[in-house]
Design a protein around this ligand. Sequence first.
Ligand SMILES: C[S@@+](CC[C@H](N)C(=O)[O-])C[C@H]1O[C@@H](n2cnc3c(N)ncnc32)[C@H](O)[C@@H]1O
Length: 209
Amino acid sequence: MNIKERNENMRQFFNSKIDSYDETHQKFMLTKKDLIDSFYSGQETILDLGVGTGLELIHLFELNGNVKVTAIDISEGMLKKLKERNFGKNIKTILGDFFEVEFGGPYDAVISTSALHHFVEKDKLELYKKIYNCLNKNGEFINSDKVALSIEEEKKLLNEYYQYKDERAHCDTPLSCETEKKLLQEAGFKDIEIKETYNDNYRLIKARK
Ligand SMILES: C[S@@+](CC[C@H](N)C(=O)[O-])C[C@H]1O[C@@H](n2cnc3c(N)ncnc32)[C@H](O)[C@@H]1O
């Protein structure tokens, strides 16, 4: 399965989860709020990668109802739900795969949560370079996401993915904090910080252009 097929599987998977999504993700709400509180200080333009139904944006719009958000997602069903929120009409949505659509910009910040743990190293590096290029000077990338808790776990999950990729629609391949840091540095980012979150295997990763 190549990355295009994997992302198409992802689209179908999330389209099928729309009705239960918000309830399932209630246990991550503190982590999503913390993501916003960790960086937001009045930035005007923000890109959200893998916005889903927009759970992380609820707190952002509480802080600033006029913030300009662009949101990308591959699932048309998730974006439809997002548009139904009271702030939905304020968001510019882009339907498509991170690896295929133009990000636009430049943005003051790029945020993402729970959306980037399905990519192998080479694809993630490509994505990080794309994020770097769409940020303003000194702009920040803030990602709260699942990580592998060691290099050994990263390798184990990657092996499982290669073993079962044709049978499983959804297979996580989170990278370790060490690999995340290395890829962000390779993409050009500086001031990289990685912190624990309210969820065991989630980390808040911040990096500056
Ligand atoms: C687990 S949901 C997270 C949604 C939201 N950020 C949240 O925390 O509630 C992951 C989202 O990323 C989107 N996604 C996954 N892979 C993608 C890709 N390659 N391009 C664009 N969106 C993608 C999915 O469609 C889904 O809506």
